[in-house]
Design a protein around this ligand. Structure first.
Ligand code: ADP
Length: 193
């Protein structure tokens, strides 16, 4: 069973994936993969160097993020190429992981799960959600952002109602951590094995 996890900013998605990982399940984390593939031994670094020149790799083998940023800055075409290289690499790694899972269920934590269409690659989608009020309070406390900033970031994301319609299971995170974990335990019991 392949389960995609999604949730807007401040919903508690990271808290949920941390808990699932602690319970011994594999979570394929797109953000982490995105960092790994541009490490010195990462699978995307050579492709980026082929596309943008060897100067984007520093002498110590690390990606020169500044040099790469300067190349794609204000260049829509090059930015597109960069995204294509990295996104397809991340996608391939997650798909390979889902086909070769280390747990059942196996989870995929992919930003823009619905928007990217990646939700079609999993059997079920769990949506972590909380009221706007809760999300604003938690993100303000976590990041020191103002309520206005958080509201703007929430507003730039896909509307919650559309996500609810596409999700198979909804995890409500307006309550305590204990209540959150109890919901996850219940869902894991339903789907395990
Ligand atoms: P996301 O990854 O969706 O942006 P996080 O998991 O980072 O959200 O949660 C946002 C903040 O709220 C974090 O500081 C987290 O520790 C806290 N948090 C999440 N869920 C709860 C909860 N049920 N009770 C109290 N604090 C929570």
């Amino acid at each position: 069973m392949k389960i995609g996890i999604t949730g807007g900013i401040g919903s508690g998605k990271s808290t949920v994936t941390d808990y699932i990982t602690e319970q011994g399940y594999q979570v394929l984390d797109a953000d982490k993969i995105a960092r790994d593939i541009v490490m010195p031994d990462g699978s995307a670094l050579g492709k980026l160097a082929a596309a943008f020149g060897e100067d984007i790799v520093m002498k110590d083998g690390n990606l020169d993020r500044k040099a790469l940023a300067e190349i794609v800055f204000n260049d829509e075409e090059k930015r597109k190429i960069l995204n294509e290289i990295t996104h397809s690499e991340i996608r391939d790694i997650i798909l390979a992981g889902l086909e070769n899972p280390q747990s059942d269920p196996v989870f995929a934590d992919v930003p823009l799960l619905f928007e990217s269409g990646f939700y079609k690659e999993v059997d079920r989608v769990w949506l972590v959600t909380a009221s706007e009020k809760t999300r604003i309070r938690r993100v303000s406390e976590r990041d020191g952002a103002s309520a206005e900033e958080v509201r703007a970031r929430i507003g730039s994301q896909m509307p919650e109602a559309e996500k609810r319609a596409l999700a198979d299971n909804i995890i409500n995170n307006d309550g305590s951590l204990e209540e959150l974990y109890a919901q996850i335990d219940r869902l894991l019991e339903e789907t395990d094995g």
